[in-house]
Design a protein around this ligand. Structure first.
Ligand code: DPN
Ligand code: CA
Ligand code: ZN
Length: 309
């Protein structure tokens, strides 16, 4: 009750009027089988395009076209934001659910590009697929939220957060001003998974309200969490620099799981959360379905609350 009250206070000031108690009751269970089907499609795209989905390569554009066609069919207003990076054209996909207050926009996003060494199924097909299935669930439920929901699938993250940075730089001050929150999902299906929530104090513009909300999402599923300082390692950084409150979740990359973490979460201590991080073996075999499911459900939990579903 104290938590809910404090969240109302903070979010009430920043994200319009939200009613977390109702939203929590209504938060959907994202079907992990659908998220896995999206990952299978991203894997197929990589395999058909030289084994990757990297910036400037055909597998990237095919990935974007796949996600866009799903969103278009579901009633989203989609737009491709083009930029130039490393001598190649880059693309962000922006998708807005065209209901709710356009002056109170909640954004969720993750990068859609892979490194050139592999298909990037955990990094970051996983976040991309979890976001996609959450977006499709919004459409299936025909939500009419209080606030406006906008998704971003970013290009050229692996080259230095280039797509998300180009997007934020393309906005006017007024357009930046209506974005009240940005939540980021970069790697959510790690094979030896962690359940990390971005620490509000671990980066500029970190939001305590979003950190609390994401923690409650995991707690509602009985999953213990830890805070992690992601700093500027993913696409929330551009939003943070613009003063937009940010947060996110993360199932871990190259760092090894400790004994205490293995006790808490299962898995193998002394082994990286993702042994295939940035490698050719980051395929559909490199996904823990339980992690993918839990993090995807938490995406929905947080968004339903933030938009006042
Ligand atoms: N930014 C990620 C990558 O694409 O390599 C890794 C990462 C994600 C690191 C989230 C920290 C937090
Ligand atoms: Ca689920
Ligand atoms: Zn990544």
């Amino acid at each position: 009750m104290k938590l809910l009250a404090s969240m109302l206070l903070v979010l009430g000031a920043t994200v319009g009027t939200v009613t977390p108690a109702n939203a929590v009751a209504a938060a959907p269970d994202i079907p992990v089988a659908n998220v896995q089907a999206h990952l299978a499609e991203l894997q197929r795209i990589a395999t058909a395009n030289g084994g990757n989905r990297a910036h400037g390569r055909p597998g990237y554009r095919a990935s974007l076209d796949f996600v866009k066609s799903k969103l278009d069919a579901a009633g989203y207003q989609t737009r491709i934001h083009q930029f130039t990076a490393s001598g190649a054209t880059g693309y962000n996909l922006i998708a807005e659910w065209p209901y709710g207050d356009a002056n109170n926009v909640v954004m969720a996003g993750g990068h859609l590009d892979s490194v050139s060494r592999g298909p990037g199924i955990n990094d970051n097909g996983s976040g991309s697929a979890g976001l996609l299935e959450t977006a499709l669930t919004v459409s299936r439920q025909n939500l009419r939220p209080t606030n406006r929901l906008r998704f971003g699938w970013w290009g050229a993250e692996e080259l230095g957060l280039l797509g998300s940075t180009a997007y934020v730089n393309s906005l006017t001050a007024a357009q930046r001003g209506v974005i009240k929150a940005y939540v980021n999902f970069d790697m959510i299906g790690s094979p030896n998974p962690a359940y990390f929530v971005y620490s509000a104090s671990g980066q500029p513009s970190g939001s305590q309200a979003i950190e609390d909300l994401l923690e409650r999402g995991f707690a509602a599923k009985g999953v213990p969490t830890e805070l992690t300082s992601v700093g500027g390692r993913s696409d929330h950084a551009a939003f943070a620099r613009a003063g937009i409150p940010v947060g996110g979740t993360f199932s871990g990359a190259e760092v090894r799981k400790t004994a205490a973490q293995a006790q808490k979460w299962g898995g193998t201590s002394g082994v990286a959360f993702d042994r295939c991080y940035h490698q050719a073996c980051d395929t559909t075999s490199n996904i823990n379905a339980t992690s993918l499911d839990r993090h995807s459900d938490v995406i929905a939990y947080a968004l339903w609350s933030l938009i006042g579903a």
